[in-house]
Design a protein around this ligand. Structure first.
Ligand SMILES: *Cc1c(COP(=O)(O)O)cnc(C)c1O
Length: 432
């Protein structure tokens, strides 16, 4: 399969190149040249299928013969080592729990798949690749965990000292093995600038085979479309189906649009946002107006310039009315989010995290006058946002063992100044 850049000023590349590069040189985003519908029989038989089988059928459309069937099946079974259940919350409303992976957020799915695809390509070439990422918290832990213990891959993570939560820091700094955590005396933007500088430094990039793992990588998007099929398989009856996605960079929702293009009959997507309502505003007034993000309690969605918007525009051929035919958008304040978390817990005994609460609110708003089945994405385990959840619903959360396990481990990091020279020194030391 060939991949083109949404800016269309560089040549098309293979799947391998698209995921090793991450970003095309013209600063667009990679998109597959074709998105073909899966056979109707596949859709009809989804109810009797399983997540692994769905994963293979969907992924092979995007990868074709670049990864042989046996290897691709292996990659998928190692990616999806946990279930993604659709849990009944009330009436016609289901929560698709995407947080049963090792770091308790949906980003595990994309990070694990990307990691294993990169390992496949680098082991074929018998060389070591280096994944370099800057993180403000969650993405880094999913990426680090996704690559943990994979041969031929080193991971270097930069995070801003004192600016990530204790548990996030533990998740980044206690893994060991092929993961190195760099604690930078600076901000997240400084970390990101150091990463960017390394990628632009051609000799350095070539010497260490630097690869990015950020959320715009095609290999993170592809596996996110698996669970739309899986949600459908679990809840579909003969009525329409609606899926509400709490969104920030719109990777998750874009994966849903790919699933729809492949023939999955989803009647409507709901783009549910916090105060960073760039996309809901675009759907209402037709103006895309990116701006600085504002801080909210659903902070993984605090994005002022959603990076996957370019992919959505590409899919809808820059036509806001085509957007509107498929997606409705709503946004909610922190106050509304908290009230929702309280009400759903008190009335239905279901504990929402702040992101899932926004997904639930958007779904309910859309379904007010509809007769169908609705699914919202629960993108993180409530314990990941324990402070907010506990004070909002006045109840202690049971922390899952796989999160607790980090707390007792010892942090290992390399502290450094915001200095490119120092970073190069660390590369020489660590990436021998
Ligand atoms: C990243 C993240 C989101 C936003 O997902 P996008 O694909 O960027 O729209 C929502 N919820 C949680 C918990 C996240 O970590």
């Amino acid at each position: 399969m060939k991949y083109y850049s949404t800016n269309k000023s560089v040549p098309e590349v293979s799947y391998e190149e698209a995921i090793v590069k991450g970003l095309p040189e013209d600063n667009g985003l990679f998109m597959p040249e074709r998105i073909e519908a899966l056979p109707q029989s596949f859709i009809d038989e989804l109810k009797d299928s399983n997540l692994q089988e769905i994963g293979y059928k969907v992924a092979s459309r995007f990868i074709e013969d670049e990864i042989p069937e046996e290897d691709l099946r292996q990659i998928i079974s190692e990616t999806l080592t946990f279930d993604i259940p659709a849990v009944h919350v009330e009436g016609d409303v289901y929560s698709l729990e995407l947080f049963h992976g090792p770091t308790l957020a949906f980003k595990d799915v994309g990070a694990r798949f990307l990691a294993r695809c990169l390992r496949y390509f680098s082991s074929k070439k018998a060389r070591k690749a280096t994944i370099l990422v800057a993180t403000s918290g969650d993405t880094g832990s999913a990426v680090a965990h996704g690559f943990l213990g994979l041969e031929n891959i080193n991971v270097v993570i930069l995070y801003p000292k004192g600016k990530v939560s204790d548990i996030q820091e533990k998740q980044l700094t206690t893994l060991g093995q092929n993961i190195t955590a760099l604690e930078v005396n600076g901000t997240f933007d400084d970390c990101q600038a150091l990463v960017k500088k390394s990628f632009l430094d051609k000799p350095v990039k070539a010497k260490y085979h630097l690869t990015s793992a950020n959320s715009i990588n095609m290999a993170r998007l592809i596996p996110q479309s698996f669970y739309y099929f899986w949600a459908y398989a679990q809840v579909k009856d003969d009525r329409p189906i609606y899926i509400s996605v709490p969104s920030g960079n719109y990777g998750n929702l874009t994966a849903g649009l790919l699933a729809q293009k492949m023939g999955l009959p989803i009647d409507r997507y709901i783009a549910s946002a916090n105060a960073n309502d760039i996309v809901p505003a675009y759907l209402s007034n037709g103006i895309f107006d990116p701006r600085a993000s504002v801080q909210t309690i659903s902070n993984a969605m605090d994005v002022g310039n959603p990076s996957n918007f370019a992919r959505m525009l590409d899919l809808f051929k820059d036509d806001v009315n085509a957007f509107r035919d498929h997606i409705s958008g709503y946004s909610y304040t922190d106050e509304e989010t908290r009230i929702c978390m309280q009400e759903v817990y008190n009335k239905h005994g279901y504990m929402l995290d702040p992101h899932g609460a926004i997904g639930y609110l958007g779904l309910k708003e859309y379904m007010k006058d509809k007769d169908g089945v609705g699914v919202f994405f629960e993108t993180a385990h409530p314990a990941k946002f324990g402070d907010v959840v506990e004070e909002t619903i006045n109840t202690k959360i049971d922390i899952p063992a796989r999160l607790k396990e980090y707390v007792d481990k010892t942090k290992v990091s390399i502290e450094m100044e915001n200095s490119y020279e120092e970073l190069l020194g660390i590369f020489r030391e660590v990436l021998k």
